[in-house]
Design a protein around this ligand. Structure first.
Ligand code: 9WO
Length: 226
Protein backbone atom coordinates (compact mmCIF):
# COMPACT_ATOMS: atom_id res chain seq x y z
CA UNK A 1 0.00 0.00 0.00
CA UNK A 2 1.14 3.52 -0.76
CA UNK A 3 0.28 6.20 1.84
CA UNK A 4 0.83 9.90 1.16
CA UNK A 5 0.50 12.42 4.00
CA UNK A 6 -0.03 16.17 3.65
CA UNK A 7 1.23 18.00 6.74
CA UNK A 8 2.88 21.21 7.92
CA UNK A 9 5.16 19.05 10.11
CA UNK A 10 6.61 16.17 8.08
CA UNK A 11 9.43 15.86 10.64
CA UNK A 12 6.87 14.82 13.28
CA UNK A 13 6.52 11.48 11.49
CA UNK A 14 10.15 10.45 12.03
CA UNK A 15 10.41 8.09 14.99
CA UNK A 16 6.96 6.54 15.45
CA UNK A 17 6.90 5.21 11.90
CA UNK A 18 10.54 4.08 11.97
CA UNK A 19 10.19 1.27 14.52
CA UNK A 20 8.74 -2.22 14.83
CA UNK A 21 5.98 -3.44 12.48
CA UNK A 22 5.84 -0.20 10.51
CA UNK A 23 9.59 -0.18 9.98
CA UNK A 24 9.51 -3.76 8.71
CA UNK A 25 6.52 -3.04 6.46
CA UNK A 26 8.39 -0.06 4.99
CA UNK A 27 11.69 -1.95 4.67
CA UNK A 28 9.99 -4.83 2.83
CA UNK A 29 8.02 -2.52 0.53
CA UNK A 30 4.59 -3.50 1.89
CA UNK A 31 4.12 0.09 3.03
CA UNK A 32 5.36 2.92 0.83
CA UNK A 33 5.07 6.13 2.86
CA UNK A 34 5.45 9.60 1.34
CA UNK A 35 5.36 12.82 3.38
CA UNK A 36 4.53 16.16 1.75
CA UNK A 37 5.04 19.60 3.32
CA UNK A 38 1.89 21.64 2.65
CA UNK A 39 3.87 24.88 3.00
CA UNK A 40 5.77 24.09 -0.21
CA UNK A 41 2.52 24.86 -2.04
CA UNK A 42 2.04 28.34 -0.58
CA UNK A 43 2.40 30.95 -3.33
CA UNK A 44 3.11 34.28 -1.60
CA UNK A 45 6.50 35.41 -0.31
CA UNK A 46 5.47 34.81 3.30
CA UNK A 47 4.50 31.23 2.40
CA UNK A 48 1.06 31.73 3.97
CA UNK A 49 -0.97 28.56 4.57
CA UNK A 50 -3.72 29.96 6.82
CA UNK A 51 -6.03 32.97 7.09
CA UNK A 52 -8.71 34.43 9.36
CA UNK A 53 -12.13 32.76 9.32
CA UNK A 54 -14.95 34.41 7.34
CA UNK A 55 -17.65 35.49 9.77
CA UNK A 56 -15.13 36.06 12.54
CA UNK A 57 -14.12 33.82 15.39
CA UNK A 58 -10.81 33.06 16.98
CA UNK A 59 -7.84 31.38 15.36
CA UNK A 60 -6.90 30.61 11.78
CA UNK A 61 -8.19 28.34 9.01
CA UNK A 62 -6.03 26.48 6.49
CA UNK A 63 -6.46 27.85 2.96
CA UNK A 64 -8.36 25.75 0.40
CA UNK A 65 -6.15 26.85 -2.53
CA UNK A 66 -2.90 25.83 -0.83
CA UNK A 67 -4.36 22.52 0.37
CA UNK A 68 -5.77 21.76 -3.09
CA UNK A 69 -2.40 22.50 -4.74
CA UNK A 70 -0.65 20.16 -2.28
CA UNK A 71 -3.29 17.48 -2.90
CA UNK A 72 -3.10 17.75 -6.70
CA UNK A 73 0.71 17.48 -6.59
CA UNK A 74 0.54 14.36 -4.42
CA UNK A 75 -2.24 12.78 -6.51
CA UNK A 76 -0.24 13.39 -9.70
CA UNK A 77 2.46 11.05 -8.33
CA UNK A 78 0.06 8.21 -7.53
CA UNK A 79 -1.85 5.93 -9.90
CA UNK A 80 -4.65 5.00 -9.30
CA UNK A 81 -5.74 8.15 -7.39
CA UNK A 82 -5.58 7.74 -3.62
CA UNK A 83 -8.55 7.56 -1.27
CA UNK A 84 -8.38 10.93 0.53
CA UNK A 85 -8.92 11.11 4.30
CA UNK A 86 -9.06 14.28 6.42
CA UNK A 87 -8.34 13.58 10.10
CA UNK A 88 -10.61 15.59 12.38
CA UNK A 89 -12.68 15.26 15.55
CA UNK A 90 -15.77 15.84 13.35
CA UNK A 91 -15.10 12.63 11.41
CA UNK A 92 -16.47 9.12 11.51
CA UNK A 93 -14.89 7.21 14.45
CA UNK A 94 -12.07 4.86 13.48
CA UNK A 95 -12.86 1.32 14.61
CA UNK A 96 -11.70 -2.17 13.64
CA UNK A 97 -14.23 -2.43 10.79
CA UNK A 98 -13.12 0.90 9.28
CA UNK A 99 -9.42 -0.03 9.68
CA UNK A 100 -10.01 -3.23 7.69
CA UNK A 101 -11.97 -1.33 5.04
CA UNK A 102 -9.16 1.24 4.66
CA UNK A 103 -6.51 -1.52 4.53
CA UNK A 104 -8.10 -2.72 1.27
CA UNK A 105 -7.27 0.49 -0.64
CA UNK A 106 -4.06 0.39 -2.70
CA UNK A 107 -3.44 4.11 -2.02
CA UNK A 108 -4.41 6.34 0.89
CA UNK A 109 -3.78 10.07 1.16
CA UNK A 110 -4.05 11.50 4.68
CA UNK A 111 -4.47 15.19 5.37
CA UNK A 112 -3.29 16.39 8.80
CA UNK A 113 -4.72 19.80 9.66
CA UNK A 114 -3.45 22.39 12.14
CA UNK A 115 -4.80 25.59 13.69
CA UNK A 116 -8.62 25.58 13.97
CA UNK A 117 -9.00 23.33 10.95
CA UNK A 118 -9.26 23.52 7.17
CA UNK A 119 -11.61 25.47 4.88
CA UNK A 120 -14.76 23.32 4.65
CA UNK A 121 -14.66 23.47 0.82
CA UNK A 122 -11.52 21.31 0.95
CA UNK A 123 -13.33 18.66 3.03
CA UNK A 124 -16.42 18.82 0.83
CA UNK A 125 -14.77 18.75 -2.60
CA UNK A 126 -11.38 17.11 -2.07
CA UNK A 127 -11.72 14.56 0.74
CA UNK A 128 -13.44 11.20 0.29
CA UNK A 129 -14.02 10.91 4.04
CA UNK A 130 -13.39 12.57 7.38
CA UNK A 131 -12.07 10.28 10.12
CA UNK A 132 -11.64 10.75 13.89
CA UNK A 133 -9.46 8.51 16.08
CA UNK A 134 -11.33 9.51 19.24
CA UNK A 135 -13.48 12.11 20.93
CA UNK A 136 -10.84 14.62 22.02
CA UNK A 137 -9.12 17.65 20.51
CA UNK A 138 -5.39 17.64 19.78
CA UNK A 139 -3.23 20.36 18.23
CA UNK A 140 -3.15 18.75 14.80
CA UNK A 141 -4.01 15.71 12.73
CA UNK A 142 -0.44 14.31 12.68
CA UNK A 143 -0.77 11.91 15.62
CA UNK A 144 -4.19 10.69 14.39
CA UNK A 145 -2.64 10.11 10.92
CA UNK A 146 0.10 7.99 12.54
CA UNK A 147 -2.50 6.06 14.55
CA UNK A 148 -4.42 5.33 11.36
CA UNK A 149 -1.25 4.30 9.47
CA UNK A 150 -0.18 1.88 12.21
CA UNK A 151 -3.64 0.35 12.58
CA UNK A 152 -3.98 -0.11 8.81
CA UNK A 153 -0.40 -1.39 8.32
CA UNK A 154 -1.02 -4.28 10.72
CA UNK A 155 -3.70 -5.53 8.33
CA UNK A 156 -1.53 -5.54 5.21
CA UNK A 157 -0.80 -9.16 4.26
CA UNK A 158 2.70 -10.11 5.38
CA UNK A 159 3.24 -7.38 8.01
CA UNK A 160 2.81 -9.58 11.06
CA UNK A 161 4.88 -12.52 12.26
CA UNK A 162 3.86 -15.82 10.64
CA UNK A 163 2.12 -17.08 13.81
CA UNK A 164 0.29 -13.91 14.73
CA UNK A 165 -2.83 -12.83 12.89
CA UNK A 166 -5.00 -9.75 13.48
CA UNK A 167 -8.00 -12.11 13.48
CA UNK A 168 -6.76 -13.68 16.73
CA UNK A 169 -6.71 -10.34 18.50
CA UNK A 170 -9.25 -8.07 20.13
CA UNK A 171 -12.17 -6.81 18.10
CA UNK A 172 -12.02 -9.31 15.25
CA UNK A 173 -14.95 -11.08 16.93
CA UNK A 174 -16.08 -7.99 18.83
CA UNK A 175 -14.61 -9.02 22.21
CA UNK A 176 -11.83 -7.62 24.38
CA UNK A 177 -8.76 -9.73 25.15
CA UNK A 178 -8.42 -12.03 28.17
CA UNK A 179 -5.79 -11.13 30.83
CA UNK A 180 -2.26 -12.45 30.26
CA UNK A 181 0.52 -13.56 32.60
CA UNK A 182 4.12 -14.69 32.37
CA UNK A 183 6.80 -15.93 34.78
CA UNK A 184 7.30 -15.77 37.71
CA UNK A 185 4.10 -17.65 38.73
CA UNK A 186 4.21 -15.78 42.05
CA UNK A 187 5.58 -12.28 42.66
CA UNK A 188 5.18 -10.43 46.00
CA UNK A 189 2.37 -12.87 46.80
CA UNK A 190 0.56 -11.97 43.57
CA UNK A 191 -0.41 -15.23 41.92
CA UNK A 192 -1.49 -16.36 38.46
CA UNK A 193 -4.91 -18.06 37.96
CA UNK A 194 -4.41 -21.80 38.70
CA UNK A 195 -6.06 -22.92 35.49
CA UNK A 196 -3.29 -21.33 33.39
CA UNK A 197 -0.70 -23.47 35.19
CA UNK A 198 -2.81 -26.66 35.00
CA UNK A 199 -1.80 -27.76 31.51
CA UNK A 200 -5.46 -28.57 30.68
CA UNK A 201 -5.71 -27.07 27.22
CA UNK A 202 -9.52 -27.27 26.93
CA UNK A 203 -10.03 -25.78 30.40
CA UNK A 204 -7.61 -22.97 29.57
CA UNK A 205 -9.43 -22.11 26.34
CA UNK A 206 -12.77 -22.12 28.18
CA UNK A 207 -11.34 -19.77 30.85
CA UNK A 208 -9.95 -17.38 28.24
CA UNK A 209 -13.27 -17.16 26.42
CA UNK A 210 -15.15 -16.60 29.71
CA UNK A 211 -12.71 -13.84 30.66
CA UNK A 212 -13.15 -12.15 27.29
CA UNK A 213 -16.94 -12.17 27.61
CA UNK A 214 -16.84 -10.97 31.22
CA UNK A 215 -14.45 -8.11 30.49
CA UNK A 216 -16.43 -7.01 27.48
CA UNK A 217 -19.69 -7.07 29.45
CA UNK A 218 -18.15 -5.03 32.28
CA UNK A 219 -15.95 -2.59 30.39
CA UNK A 220 -17.43 -2.26 26.92
CA UNK A 221 -21.07 -3.42 26.91
CA UNK A 222 -21.52 -1.34 23.74
CA UNK A 223 -19.41 -3.93 21.86
CA UNK A 224 -21.90 -6.68 22.75
CA UNK A 225 -24.84 -4.69 21.39
CA UNK A 226 -23.57 -5.11 17.81
C1 9WO B 1 -12.15 23.57 16.38
C2 9WO B 1 -12.26 24.77 17.01
C3 9WO B 1 -13.33 25.66 17.13
C4 9WO B 1 -13.12 26.83 17.86
C5 9WO B 1 -11.92 27.08 18.42
C6 9WO B 1 -10.87 26.18 18.29
C7 9WO B 1 -11.08 25.03 17.58
N1 9WO B 1 -10.22 24.04 17.30
C8 9WO B 1 -10.87 23.18 16.56
C9 9WO B 1 -10.33 21.99 16.00
O1 9WO B 1 -11.04 21.04 15.74
N2 9WO B 1 -9.01 22.02 15.71
C10 9WO B 1 -8.44 20.90 15.03
C11 9WO B 1 -7.02 20.66 15.52
C12 9WO B 1 -8.43 21.15 13.55
C13 9WO B 1 -7.85 19.95 12.82
C14 9WO B 1 -6.51 19.56 13.40
N3 9WO B 1 -6.62 19.47 14.83
C15 9WO B 1 -7.03 18.29 15.39
C16 9WO B 1 -7.29 17.09 14.77
N4 9WO B 1 -7.26 18.15 16.69
N5 9WO B 1 -7.69 16.92 16.93
C17 9WO B 1 -7.72 16.25 15.80
C18 9WO B 1 -8.17 14.90 15.70
C19 9WO B 1 -8.21 14.24 14.49
C20 9WO B 1 -8.67 12.94 14.44
N6 9WO B 1 -9.07 12.31 15.56
C21 9WO B 1 -9.03 12.93 16.76
C22 9WO B 1 -8.59 14.23 16.85
Amino acid sequence: MRVDVLTLFPEAFAGPLDVSIIKRARDTGLLDLHLHDIREHATDRHRTVDDQPFGGGHGMVMKVDVLDAALQAAQAATEPPAHVIYLSPQGELLDDALVRELAAYPRLLLVAGRYEGVDERFVEHCADREVSVGDYILTGGELPAMVLIEAVARHLPGTLGAAASPREESFADGLLEHPQYTRPAEYRGWTVPDVLLSGHHAEIEKWKQEQRLRRTRRRRPDLLDD
